[in-house]
Design a protein. Structure first.
Length: 381
């Protein structure tokens, strides 16, 4: 029996499911399938990048036009940059369409790896020519940018402090730099500094995390209750700033992700900064709200990939098996969990070590358990 051609409305429905915000329609007017023709390369590259963005970014539309301008410029500057963009487009296409693909054996992966290694070797050779000059330049940039300027005007520079704060959080290690956070104002600086567009972590919470990380790493034995009340009020008064989408369910899902972040922030404040344990009544209240949210949100790539960090860390507070099972189920449903040494798998394994440690010692979990568990699973010391 011959295969029937797909109907237009079915194809359109599938496209809408993959692109609920209409990202592809907004950026790429006409997709030309022959990627080998030079005149067709830009539409192919754009479509591959944007399709990957819809699978991996919390708010892909927030970066779509910037990516379009960036790729358009690269494809017109030189053949070398165009070829590099094409190679990454091929790789992105594999990631978005064939998640089960063994990327380590892919020829595209090998080509991309070879190009990256070549670029790194070239960079090292340049640095080797004048090491003192580059070292001095680097120190000047670091001293000017990070220690005093949390809100840098260049988006590429803002990413590094954000990742420093997040890495300190998930590994329970000190931040590399010190940051001036009192200057931050949510109304004036919304979506200027951080990771909301990428992982859903609101900028307001990123700043509060920075402050709480600093308090935690200073090992303050007693923290002024006024400061605790201030941090608690900032968490409580946070209002999500999300663009409306054509798909109302997508908008609601994103709101729920940020609400999960709010409940985690409470848990981090009480267990981390205030040094209570998982049986603290305030911690149990926040965890209860988090579990309720998880039971309300439909499982899927979105939102679960963006919930891994907040629920794996908040999950340290779970001491009832039913709550632990809800968190396990959501994390293990994310595709990357099936691969060893991925962030998702490590986060799940670290959480299991925290639970096992507390249970084995017949006590509530405490925040410092995270440090031991992270070292046991990742080897990070």
């Amino acid at each position: 029996m011959p295969f029937a051609e797909p109907k237009d409305d079915l194809v359109a429905a599938e496209d809408d499911e993959e692109d609920p915000e209409g990202l592809m329609r907004s950026i790429v007017q006409t997709l030309v399938l022959d990627r080998n023709a030079r005149s067709n390369s830009l539409p192919y590259i754009l479509s591959s990048y944007l399709r990957w963005m819809t699978c991996t970014l919390f708010e892909p539309m927030a970066r779509a036009y910037m990516v379009k301008d960036f790729l358009t410029l690269r494809c017109t500057i030189s053949d070398s940059l165009r070829d590099a963009a094409m190679l990454i487009a091929d790789f992105s296409g594999m990631l978005s369409h064939k998640s089960e693909l063994t990327l380590s054996t892919s020829s595209v992966t090998a080509l991309l790896e070879g190009r990256v290694c070549s670029q790194l070797a070239w960079t090292e050779s340049i640095f080797a020519c004048r090491p003192e000059a580059y070292r001095d330049d680097a120190f000047m940039v670091l001293a000017h940018v990070y220690e005093s300027r949390f809100l840098h005007p260049h988006s590429g520079v803002r990413h590094t402090p954000a990742m420093d704060i997040l890495l300190s959080l998930i590994t329970c290690r000190p931040m590399v730099f010190e940051y001036d956070t009192p200057m931050y104002n949510q109304k004036d600086s919304a979506r200027q500094i951080g990771l909301q567009w990428r992982i859903g972590l609101p900028d307001e919470f990123l700043v509060v995390l920075c402050q709480m990380n600093k308090l935690l790493q200073e090992h303050a034995s007693s923290i002024d209750s006024i400061l605790i009340d201030h941090l608690e009020a900032r968490i409580n008064n946070f209002e999500p700033r999300l663009d409306r989408t054509p798909d109302s369910s997508l908008y609601v899902t994103r709101l729920m992700v940020q609400e999960c972040w709010r409940q985690f922030m409470y848990i981090y404040l009480y267990m981390g900064v205030c040094r209570t344990n998982s049986h603290d009544v305030r911690v149990e209240k926040a965890l209860k709200h988090l579990i309720k949210l998880l039971n309300m949100i439909k499982p899927g790539r979105l939102p679960d990939i963006f919930l891994v960090t907040p629920i794996s860390l908040a999950g340290m507070a779970a001491h009832h098996e039913r709550d632990r099972e809800v968190i396990r189920w959501r994390i293990r449903g994310v595709y990357e969990y099936s691969w060893s040494d991925t962030y998702v798998r490590n986060a799940a394994d670290i959480l299991e070590v925290v639970w096992a440690t507390a249970d084995g010692e017949n006590r509530p979990a405490i925040w410092s358990d995270l440090r031991f568990a992270c070292r046991a699973i990742t080897g990070i010391v």
